[in-house]
Design a protein around this ligand. Structure first.
Ligand code: ADP
Ligand code: MG
Length: 295
């Protein structure tokens, strides 16, 4: 094949782009990166493929990714199908034993294996885990303030109390890529549902991640006018929650980021998983694309 001048230029451009990734590969080489794969992004086939490719590329260049995933709309769909009704308190689903069984089935059975296979299709060696495997996530029940409502009990909804990082570290040193579903157990060996943001933060701290990346469906933390805040400090975050700028599902995200950077994670980033190759944009470019949270 004869290579035209134009073609040569394209090839040189491509080589030059690859070469620009070198300092970032050197910076992150051997480091751990925890990534939370969010609800909205998970449903889209093209984005899941681009996500899986990014994860495999990280591992290939000597960076160690750990994936924690959420549930997305699949849990509600299955509950509807099986005709199990849920009550909500302050936006949190009251999770009884029957609901918990279905939540676990969808998270650890269906969604976890889908993500594992997406990564493996791209040439990775992903391995699915839940917080039960090797006692990864010991959990404590979340109690809501009984002064507010005496009857309030969320059931089997918890937060990690202790992460047993041994198994994770073992995987990180190998060619395996752990993919974790946010399910935990308590001292009575009951099963608990954990918010995936919260789970990812605890995992990130336990393995001293260089970065915690929370992929979501918005560009990052937005101010009152809808402009992206590219960098926020811990003090600013408290103000943003207090004055009602950060609400709803963004609250557990920023709280997770605060706790993570206070507990051994270098920096946390909230960014839009709808961007193709969002992870590569974050790790291999100087400016980054979402909201960066550092100490
Ligand atoms: P995920 O599935 O990624 O956990 P959530 O819906 O739980 O997504 O959380 C992200 C949502 O948080 C956004 O879609 C947005 O509606 C809401 N949100 C609330 N306050 C803010 C804010 N200040 N900036 C950006 N998003 C916000
Ligand atoms: Mg959420």
């Amino acid at each position: 094949m004869k290579i035209s001048k134009k073609n040569t230029k394209n090839l040189i451009d491509q080589a030059s782009i690859l070469s620009k990734a070198l300092p970032f590969m050197q910076r992150y080489s051997g480091k751990n990166i925890t990534i939370k794969f969010g609800g909205a992004v998970m449903g889209d086939l093209n984005l899941s493929t681009s996500f899986a490719k990014d994860i495999v590329l990280l591992k290939q260049v000597g960076i160690n990714p750990v994936v924690v995933h959420g549930g997305g709309p699949k849990i509600q769909k299955m509950l509807d199908k099986l005709n199990v009704k849920s009550n909500f308190i302050d936006g949190l689903r009251v999770t009884d034993k029957e609901t918990m069984n279905i939540v676990e089935m969808v998270l650890s059975g269906s969604i976890n294996k889908e993500i594992v296979m997406e990564i493996n299709k791209e040439g990775g060696s992903a391995i699915g885990l839940s917080g039960k495997d090797a006692l990864l996530a010991e959990t404590k029940k979340i109690k809501i303030n009984k002064n507010v409502d005496k009857s309030s009990d969320l059931g089997f909804v918890g937060e990690p109390k202790k992460i047993n990082e041994d198994l994770l570290i073992w995987f990180l040193k190998s060619h395996f890529i752990p993919v974790i579903s946010p399910i935990g157990f308590d001292k009575n060996h009951d099963t608990f549902n954990i918010n995936a943001d919260t789970m990812s933060g605890h995992v990130a701290s336990a393995i001293s991640s260089e970065r915690l990346i929370l992929l979501t469906d918005v560009d990052g933390v937005l101010d009152k006018k809808g402009n992206l805040l590219t960098e926020i400090s811990l003090n600013q975050i408290h103000k943003l929650i207090k004055n009602g700028t950060v609400t709803g599902g963004m609250i557990p995200k920023v709280e997770t980021c605060i706790n993570a950077v206070k507990n051994g994670v270098k920096a946390a980033v909230i960014l839009n998983g709808n961007l193709p190759h969002a992870i590569l944009l974050e790790i291999f470019t100087e400016s980054g694309v979402g909201t960066l949270i550092t100490k």
